[in-house]
Design a protein around this ligand. Structure first.
Ligand code: ATP
Ligand code: MG
Length: 318
């Protein structure tokens, strides 16, 4: 599968998006009443993109998936919207591209865009006739909130973004994050080479009060940093950059240390995320000059009730 090109949709994309919606919803089992997605027109989508926004995914330049982000109404269509909540509509993956992870990337991009626009929650309606779709959303962290006409409203808290202008701020973020972490937690850090994953881990180590120094594990894949006072969790710092498969990750034999440690895995997406249904995804994106945008994306029940916004709001520069 080629690397997808993912963009925030513009009104000029309406025609391509309608074609994708028709292809995706037209390929589903027929339902009664039919999905309103089949009634979308270039005009209605263009209108939706002026009051809200959307996402368009291309693979090798070919439109593959799209959705609309609606900040103006509730999932059931009532106006006005609940403040801070957006609704994902017309989630469409072209039948030629289903099953390759495109839907996940589409939804992740939508969640990130909505979160950066200040939204805190995303909701959507799934039809009863498609229990497999409800299962898919649940696996992505969505919970059933209330019944809706012909289906159910699913929702989740959105990822928490924060601007991190300097190295000191990145250390401060790690240090504050340590305050909500406990033994048994798994953290996966993603982002390009030099994004700041190790820098964040240094702050985490400081906050946990573990032995240093935290450096890039270039020759060893993992390092254990024990708690200095022996009371708190140790920090297991893993660099999975050179690993090719989840099996190779399992071969590191970290199982014994999980329960008594906070485990942070750089480059661990797709390699370490099977270890535990509960994990914290931290994505670091390089912005203009040295600024980084860090996105905290909690996965699983572990994080319900954990106020990650309070964590990032205390970071200087945020
Ligand atoms: N705002 C910032 N946050 C974090 N690092 C920054 C920032 N501004 C500049 N830097 C620099 O960027 C570099 C980040 O390197 P670091 O080793 O933390 O990245 P990494 O994501 O772990 O890379 P790799 O994938 O190679 O392991 C450091 O040299 C750091 O000084
Ligand atoms: Mg690193």
């Amino acid at each position: 599968m080629p690397e997808p090109e993912i963009v925030e949709a513009e009104p000029a994309d309406a025609e391509v998006m309608v074609a994708l919606m028709q292809a995706a919803f037209g390929a589903r089992r027929p339902v009664d009443p039919p999905s309103e997605a089949l009634g979308e027109t270039v005009e209605s989508v263009r209108e939706a993109l002026t009051t809200g926004t959307g996402v368009l995914v291309r693979l090798d330049g070919v439109p593959a998936a799209t959705l609309l982000i609606d900040p103006t109404a509730t999932a059931e269509g009532e106006h006005p919207a609940v403040p801070g909540t957006v609704v994902l509509r017309r989630v469409s993956v072209h039948p030629d591209y289903q099953g390759g992870g495109v839907a996940l990337q589409l939804v992740a991009a939508a969640e990130e865009i909505a979160a950066e626009d200040g939204a805190r929650r995303a909701e959507l309606i799934a039809r009863h006739e498609f229990p497999e779709l409800i299962t898919w959303w649940r696996a992505g962290g969505y919970r059933e909130l209330r019944p809706a006409p012909h289906g159910v409203v699913l929702g989740r808290d959105l990822p928490v973004p924060v601007q991190v202008p300097t190295v000191d701020d990145m250390h401060a973020l790690g240090e504050r994050l340590a305050g909500v972490l406990r033994a048994g937690d798994l953290v996966i850090a993603s982002g390009d080479l030099g994004a700041g994953k190790t820098t964040l881990t240094q702050g985490l180590a400081r906050g946990l009060g573990v032995d240093g120094p935290v450096i890039s594990p270039t020759f060893v894949l993992s390092r254990v940093h024990p708690s200095r006072n022996g009371a708190g969790p140790s920090l297991v710092h893993v660099d999975a950059y050179r690993l090719g498969s989840p099996e190779e990750f399992d071969d590191l034999d970290l199982d014994e240390s999980y329960g008594s440690s906070v485990t942070l895995v750089e480059w661990g997406l797709g390699l370490a995320d099977h270890v535990n249904p509960d994990w914290l995804h931290i994505h670091i994106r390089r912005g203009d000059d040295d600024t980084r945008v860090v996105t905290l994306r909690p996965q699983g029940a572990r994080w319900r009730g954990v106020d990650l916004r309070a964590v990032v709001e205390g970071v200087p520069g945020a």
